[in-house]
Design a protein around this ligand. Sequence first.
Ligand SMILES: [Zn+2]
Length: 237
Amino acid sequence: MTLQGIDTEITTLNSRKTNLPERARIAALLTERKRLLENYTQAETQVSDLERAQAKAEADLEPVRARKVRNQERVDAGAADPKALTGLISEIEHLTRRIGVLEDAQLEVMDELEQATARFAAIRARRAELEDSIRALMVVRDSELAALDSRLQHAAAKRETVVEKMPSALVTQYERIRDKRDGVGAAELVERRCGGCRLDLNSADVTAFAAAPADEVLMCEECGRILVRTARSGLPD
Ligand SMILES: [Zn+2]
């Protein structure tokens, strides 16, 4: 494999590491989780407030109901004189109306509590769901990163082997061009066209390149990249 081929592979692997789709999905889920947690405490507080309100509604009803029962027992026992009896009956009517009002309030609180409880349960469920998804995605991301890192290590070792066999001046020259030319320092010459800038050689270059010894480093006149000669370069014999 050519040095350029290995460097392209290294660039591709690094870019895949940066652009792993799991990264974006994890970030999106973390954002959703953050928004959800902003409502979490509010929903939780609402439930406990309404639970307290429900207990209070029940506590408010209890003495009124008890008093009504007591009055009713006295009426039923027939123990009261007519004047007291009228008082008891009128109080029973008043207590009955009062119980109705308190029960309406209690039902309203129960209804609100039911809604708040459902809302809080939905937030908790979504939170658990999000956290499971995030954990699962992190596992996938980490295993993909590990696989890419191992391929990068392999490519780096391969690069070292290739570089060792090349003249160091040529490696330096190649690296300088690569840094200036979007990561491509050398390109194959295909059918008299530079694989880097895709421009055709002029006829003077074709003649000069055809005559150049095999170990001479050829450069593209247009983009300055090192040109790699192969059987399909299209140079005359
Ligand atoms: Zn070129």
